[in-house]
Each structure stands twice: as C-alpha cells, then as structure tokens.
Write a protein that binds this ligand. Sequence first.
Ligand SMILES: [Zn+2]
Length: 380
Amino acid sequence: MIKRFSANAEDTEDRARRYNRAHRYLSLAGFLLSLAWLAALLFLGWSAGLRDAAWQVSARYSLALAVYLLLVFAGGTMLGLPLGYYAGYVIEHRYGLSNQTVAGWVKDEAKSVVLGGALSLAAAELVYALLRWRPDWWWLASWAGFLLFVVLMANLAPVLLFPLFYKFQPLADEDLKQRLLRLSERAGARVRGVFEWKLSEKSRKANAALAGWGNTRRIILADTLLQQYTPDEIEAVLAHELAHHVHHHIGKSLALEAAAGLAGFWLADRALRTFGSLPRFGFRGIGDFANLPLLLLLAAVLSLLLRPAVNAISRHFERQADDYAFRAIPDVGPFISSMEKLAAQNLAERRPNRVIEFIFHSHPSMEKRIRRAAAYGETT
Ligand SMILES: [Zn+2]
C-alpha cells in the first residue's frame, strides 16, 4: 500500500512539473509574440501606415486614434488567440483541471477582449489628449489618471469585474462564518463579508483570496474548497487570507504599483523624446499616436524586468500571512494538510527549481510553506 501511495505521489509530482513547464513555455511564447508584433509595427513602418489609414477614416483626432487602436488591438488579439486557446483550454483539459466547454471558453475570452479593448481605448484617449495638451507634463498627469484607475479597480473589481466571469454568494455555512468572526475579532480586523465563489462551474482547482479595497474588501472562498476541505482546513486558509488584510497587503501593493507606475511614465516620456524623432519610425511629433507601440514595448520590457522583484515582495507577503495563520489557529496540522491537498489538486510544483521559483513564483513553494508550518508547530 505504501509503495503504491508513493508511486502515485511521484506521478502527481511529475504531472505537476510537466503542467507548470507547459504553462511557462506558453506564456514565454505569448510574451515573445507580443514583443514581435510591437517591434514589427515600429520597425517595419506598419504603425505609421495604420495611422495614415486611420486618418483616412476620420479627420477627428479622437476617432482616428480609436480606429488605429482597434487595428493594433485586433491584430495583437488574433495573433495571441491560438496560444491563449492552447494554454487556457487544451492544457487545462489535458491535465483534468477544467470543466469548461469550448463555447464557455470562447464566451469568457470574448468578454475579456471587449473589456480589455474598452479599457485600453479609454486609457489611450486620455494619455494622447494629455500628450497633445501638456507635452511637458503629460507623464505626470497620466500617472495621476493611472493611480485613480488602479485604486478604483481595486475597489470595484469584486463587485463589477469578478461577477462578469463567476457567480458569488454570501457564505451560507453558519459554523464557518462564526469561526471567521472569532478569527477577525482576535485580529482586531473587520472584513466586510465572506463570499462563496462558484469556481466549480469552470475549474477543478481550489482557491481563496482577499479581494477589494475599502468598503468592498472581502474574503472569497471557492466552492471547490468548501466542498472538499475540512472545517479546520478551511479555517487555516481563512486565517491566511485574513492575515493579508491585517498586514494591509492590498494597500501596500497599490503603493508599490503607484511607485512603479511613476517611474514607468517618466521613462515613457524619456523614450518618446529620445527615440520618437528617429526617421525610420515616421512619427509626426510627440502627440502622434503612431508612437503607441513604442510605449507598449517599453511597458512590456519594464514589467518583465520588475517581475522578479514583484514576486519577491509577494512571497514576503505570503510568508507573513502564513506566520500569522500559524498563530491564529489552534494547531498547524490542518494548515499543513490543506497545503498538501491544494498542491495535489491544483498541480502546484512542490519543489520548483530555485531559479524558476525566484523569477516566476508569487508564492513560496508548497514544500517551503509546509516546512515552515512544521517548524512553527515544533516550537509550540
Ligand atoms: Zn496569500
């Protein structure tokens, strides 16, 4: 029996390794593809060509910009679609992690494309209006707009965006609600609600999160978690999520995003002034929207460079939340068993390569989290 069990565990670990590797390769390929698209727009003169075509459609700046953006956005979306389908549908089904039908996947994809397109259009109209109106200060004013948007989204996402893709309802389980209440009282923190997240309609994974900011902050628990984990294990997960709240991790993440955004907009201004006048790009001044691919290319490279730092900070937050959870629950046993279950259910890599963990992982590996919990358990 023991032998068979360990063979299964090894099998699961191997599957997890292959599954995560596939996702890494696909996201790398997707990233390179979008870089190639932006570079082609810039260096082959396509961007200037699309700009000219857009001006043919309308002589009004804002409309011409909208037409140009539609063309650039549509091209990028079409290029990324096959990889997105492979990563989001084929791989998930191959590893038995998805319940979605093709039609369901297409519907979700269509919603995010429309949503992404609308938000990109609003952002582009604002940034280019500022670029033309205040060419010296556009970057600072755009950053202020970005800040407002990020804060609004943090606040509104759980009530506006999440319900577009998933159903939510207030947690019905009275016993669990009482446990959370006791946990938050001890923490001196008030959470505005706990919601059951109907994840099982689409996925076989389990998950939980702290979401929202200000009057919308809430803990969301996947129904897959509620169905398959013991009350003690769910309490351990809740304690971890509550800790993110106690340590103000969402507010801190927003502050970091704001700082990175400021640096990004300043660099964008520098880039437009340094490279914008190169004749090969064919831009007509700083307010020419044909320079959009240059800005997007810069944003892509910056986010790539920042990624290890962002993940290091995230792992630090996660360790803090785990440490808090160990103290908040009577015994670390259920925390450890919940991690074991999550790793198996979500095909998480328990022992990822150290370099890969450093670059790509927002959470410490399951192995490290379990070891840390066990070490805490031994001291008490
Ligand atoms: Zn967490």
